[in-house]
Design a protein around this ligand. Structure first.
Ligand SMILES: N[C@@H](CCC[C@H](N)C(=O)O)C(=O)O
Length: 276
């Protein structure tokens, strides 16, 4: 039996395993089975803490409920950083993912600020299947068109809409996720600018579906909104699960994300009882 912790950031929820002391028998199929909300524990992402490479405090492996691996998960970055920081009595830790190093610091009021790294804006970075302007990707389905794309260590596309409540994200999102223009698929955001410092967004997550919040999606939203001249570099990004405070820093192009972390419960998991 393996101890697990169920955490979330704004309702974007995670099963967290600690594989730092010894390797765990994690496979994509087992992660998918545990993430299943009816036959497993249920989560948006299955997270494994692994020994830290040099220069970082923990390695965070991110698996989606379909078993695919992701390079970034903003909400889990804050959660895992908070665990390691508590262990060490530290206020600042560096989380490493397959996409890079993410420094995270504790702020007053139970908040954590993650430096999510630079937004990558080239078509090969996203990646897109062919050379197109990432600020105006020629992609349209039903009522939405003209996506803005970027990478936050994982691929994102944002559609700016006039009325988010009229957008059928759950129907359109999966089709856009699998559009051939995204060779690695993509997380799809539907964003409504409310004010120069406030955006609402709902994200259809690659490999996961509808989630209450997506940290890397909030990063992509502010980046694409600024690139389109729709908002300032600092803004609140509101999602169904709550708000993140975002900044796309001018000096170095890094995206800073501030928000809460929470543990819902912990328990023991018989991982090997799931088919590998
Ligand atoms: N919930 C995450 C993003 C998780 C990964 C994503 N589904 C992908 O495959 O890229 C976040 O908070 O950023």
């Amino acid at each position: 039996m393996i101890p697990f912790r169920k955490m979330h950031g704004l309702g974007n929820d995670f099963v967290v395993l600690d594989g730092r002391a010894a390797a765990l028998p994690v496979t994509p199929a087992r992660a998918a089975a545990v993430a299943d909300r009816h036959f497993g524990i249920g989560c948006d992402q299955f997270i494994v803490m692994e020994p830290p490479p040099a220069g970082s405090d923990v390695f965070m492996r991110i698996l989606n409920p379909d078993g695919s691996e992701a390079g970034a998960c903003g909400n889990a970055t804050r959660c895992i950083a908070s665990l390691v920081a508590e262990e060490r009595g530290a206020d600042r830790v560096v989380v490493r993912t397959i996409a890079g190093e993410l420094p995270v610091e504790r702020l007053p009021g139970g908040l954590w600020r993650a430096d999510m790294g630079p937004a990558r804006l080239g078509w090969r970075d996203v990646p897109l299947a062919r050379e197109v302007d990432t600020l105006h990707v020629p992609l349209a389905l039903g009522p939405v068109s003209d996506a803005a794309a970027c990478s936050m260590g994982n691929p994102h596309a944002t559609f700016f809409v006039d009325d988010l409540d009229a957008s059928d994200v759950a129907t359109i999102g999966p089709k856009l996720e699998h559009d051939p223009v995204f060779p690695d698929r993509a997380n799809i955001g539907f964003a409504q600018v409310l004010a120069p410092d406030h955006i609402r967004v709902v994200i259809w997550e690659r490999g996961a579906g509808m989630t209450l919040a997506c940290g890397s999606g909030a990063c992509a939203t502010i980046v694409n909104a600024v690139r389109r001249g729709l908002t300032a570099r600092r803004a609140t990004v509101s999602m169904p699960g709550g708000d993140l405070t975002m900044e796309w820093r001018e000096a170095d192009g890094h995206v800073l994300m501030t928000g809460p972390v929470a543990t819902a419960f912990s328990g023991m998991l018989d991982l090997e009882s799931y088919a590998a």
